[in-house]
Design a protein around this ligand. Structure first.
Ligand code: ZN
Length: 232
């Protein structure tokens, strides 16, 4: 028997072992890639394809911008008696109760009633109107009054304090392409910081990270930076 013939079985075993090791490495690599993918993707999307609550909740102030919930001080109006108000439809009336923050209208029943009492999302237009005609609300912050009067019923509302003293309110809902940004307009002579003009609602595209109109509110650049962090 020649020496090469004697070695042949050994060579076969070595080749088989080598192929097995290569196959094992490829399998392990594919498994670890799949695991990483499943760690990042499904957490950000639920079964309906919308963003999960974890990704939409506002960040803590460690991001550099203090963020706090934007709530209505509705308890201040608990003593206001219920009122029956005329609807825009002829012969229809609604019972509006600021103590329980309820209204008998269909919008309230279908879209608002499940939200907490101090959430702007709980307000139908009748509740908003009654709140803003109360003498107590005259003392409230202009931005908050803008949120109440816009009546946009987003899932979340927060107040963001910007670095130069500016304050904006932001409202958004999971999976919706537009967020509402409430900011005050610039009065003549105001350059930067806290503007004191009329409060207005500006649309912000959460998908494209841009304003619905060309410029956005005063201080738009910084506000946009903050929004991309909050809404990502
Ligand atoms: Zn109503």
């Amino acid at each position: 028997m020649k020496p090469t013939q004697e070695l042949r079985p050994v060579i076969y075993v070595l080749v088989a072992l080598g192929l097995l090791i290569i196959g094992l490495i490829a399998f392990l690599r594919r498994r670890s890639q799949n695991r990483n993918r499943s760690k990042s993707a499904p957490r950000s999307r639920d079964k309906h394809g919308t963003q999960s609550v974890e990704t939409i909740l506002p960040p803590s102030s460690s991001e550099g911008f203090p963020v706090e919930p934007c709530l209505t001080p509705i308890l201040e109006l608990a003593a206001v008696p219920p009122r029956r108000i005329r609807s825009s439809l002829p012969g229809v009336f609604h019972e509006v109760n600021l103590a329980s923050v309820t209204c008998s209208c269909e919008t309230f029943r279908n879209e608002c009633s499940t939200h907490p009492k101090d959430s702007p999302a709980r307000l139908c237009r009748h509740l908003s109107r009654e709140i803003l005609r109360s003498p107590q609300s005259a003392q409230w912050d202009e931005l908050l009054k803008a949120v109440i009067s816009e009546n946009s019923r987003k899932e979340q509302y927060v107040i963001v304090r910007l670095t130069r003293g500016g304050v904006v309110a932001v409202g958004w809902s999971r999976g919706q392409p537009w967020a509402d940004v409430f900011a005050r307009k610039r009065r003549p002579g105001e350059r930067e910081g806290r503007f004191t003009g009329k409060s207005e609602c500006f649309g912000f595209s959460t998908k494209e990270s841009r304003w619905s109109y060309k410029d956005g509110p005063p201080g738009a650049y910084e506000i946009r930076e903050v929004l991309t962090r909050i809404l990502r």
